[in-house]
Design a protein around this ligand. Structure first.
Ligand SMILES: Nc1ncnc2c1ncn2[C@@H]1O[C@H](COP(=O)(O)OP(=O)(O)O)[C@@H](O)[C@H]1O
Ligand SMILES: CC(=O)OP(=O)(O)O
Ligand SMILES: [Mg+2]
Length: 409
């Protein structure tokens, strides 16, 4: 599509969304006037010997290549070059803003925020609380700014949706002075997804989000649960960092904090060794060597005991959290499964809700086994608690929040 004279005169409506992970950058270009996805892309294995770049335009085939990409700055420059090749570069007058996923916003950032030097400095100050994520997010912002200094940059924080969690749920029961001095409290993450999915779940039920209590289970590589009362988050499973809570692909989730002391004192491990153990060599991969749920299920079906144990530990933790969040909310209208595992793994959804019929939570096997990329119910007709599969769309939500901010001026 080429820009016409009237297009050029009208206000820009496109938003580029950047989701910089610890070793990848995902991006999407969306037009907020009609919701069109103009391009999507991915740079993976950043900093390794060979990185993978995939750019998918709205029309035409994906372009994939392998090349060394040293850091997140180089990844974003490569993405910008791909976009420019399609006439969608960062200098396009139709681009309204760049929306950045920023993982840690601490207590200050409760809303999407237009980035200036002061905001950059605060995101920098939060690096010790998210050492794997915030530096990548900062590089994304700085590179986008350098590519087009006039373009508004908006930070959308993973933590923002959880800033409503009440103090009694956000506090760890440790010495208050020490906790406050070092900003030790529960922040929660994946908030953009929890916000989007809880709202979409209310829509699926045909009700206003303010009337509905939802437990959201975001099960990707990272995984977290949240309890959302009337559209407001009141509890979530991740804490100071994205390590607490559910069993994840490579992260342990909850452990007795004394495990860390024990590994230090008795096993002689350093803080960095333990950090790597809990973040990268734990969870599903630690239990059975695989973190992809498809592969784990294949092994379970073949009678592999380590894979079966990993699956059971994962499902048991999920059931515990569902029960706990039921108690937190008092009344639950719906449970929503989302992200890679939640959207695709019927065995996980079945196991996570097994034995909970006494709480009104049931899954219909035929509905659960069906596949569709739209929000849908998997509980039997008339069941007390609706169980749903609701695909998440963090990029769309970031684009909406970004556009709402720049559009209001
Ligand atoms: N068809 C499937 N069946 C089971 N699990 C799947 C399927 N497709 C993807 N997954 C799981 O989803 C995970 C990735 O989820 P995703 O939400 O994309 O994660 P992230 O954004 O954290 O990288 C994979 O590790 C894999 O275990
Ligand atoms: C915060 C977090 O855990 O993010 P991800 O799941 O993308 O690693
Ligand atoms: Mg994700």
């Amino acid at each position: 599509m080429t820009a016409t004279g009237s297009d050029r005169a009208s206000a820009p409506t496109r938003v580029l969304v950047l989701n910089s992970g610890s070793s990848s950058v995902k991006y999407q270009l969306l037009d907020m006037a009609d919701g069109a996805r103009l391009a999507t892309g991915l740079v993976e294995r950043i900093g390794e010997r060979s990185s993978l770049l995939r750019h998918t335009p709205a029309a035409g085939d994906a372009r994939t290549r392998e090349a060394p990409v040293a850091d997140h700055g180089a990844a974003l420059e490569a993405a910008a070059a791909e976009l420019a090749a399609d006439g969608l570069g960062l200098d396009s007058p139709r681009l309204a803003a760049v929306g950045h996923r920023v993982v840690h916003g601490g207590r200050r950032f409760t809303e999407p925020t237009r980035v200036d030097d002061d905001v950059l400095a605060e995101i920098e100050r939060l690096v010790p609380l998210a050492p794997l994520h915030n530096p990548a997010n900062l590089t994304g912002i700085r590179t986008a700014r350098a590519l087009n200094p006039r373009l508004p940059q908006v930070a959308v924080f993973d933590t923002a949706f959880h800033t409503t969690v009440p103090e009694h749920a956000a506090r760890y029961a440790i010495d208050v002075a020490t906790a406050d001095e070092h900003r030790v409290r529960r922040y929660g993450f994946h908030g953009t997804s929890h916000a989007y999915v809880s709202r979409r779940t209310a829509e699926l039920l045909g009700r206003d989000p303010s009337e509905v209590n939802v437990i959201v289970l975001h099960l990707g590589n990272g995984a977290s649960a949240s309890a959302v009362r009337g559209g407001v988050c009141v509890e979530t499973s991740m804490g100071l960092t994205p390590l607490e809570g559910l069993v994840m692909g490579t992260r342990s989730g909850d452990v007795d904090p004394a495990v860390i002391l024990h590994l230090s004192r008795v096993a002689g491990m350093s803080v960095d060794d333990i950090d790597t153990l809990l973040n990268k060599r734990s969870g599903l991969v630690g239990l059975c060597g695989d973190n992809d749920m498809r592969e784990i299920r294949r092994r379970v079906d073949e009678g592999d005991e380590a894979a079966a144990l990993a699956f059971d530990v994962y499902a048991h933790r999920l059931r515990k959290y569902v029960g706990a969040y039921y108690a937190v909310l008092g009344h639950v209208d719906a449970i929503a499964f989302t992200a890679g595992v939640g959207e695709n793994s019927a065995p996980v959804r079945e196991a996570a809700t097994a034995g909970l019929a006494g709480l009104g939570i049931e899954v219909d096997p035929v509905r659960n086994a069906a596949r569709a990329a739209v929000p849908r119910l998997i509980s039997p007709e008339g069941s007390r608690v609706a169980v749903a599969v609701v695909p998440t769309d963090e990029e769309l939500e970031i684009a909406r929040q970004t556009f709402a901010l720049v559009d209001e001026g």
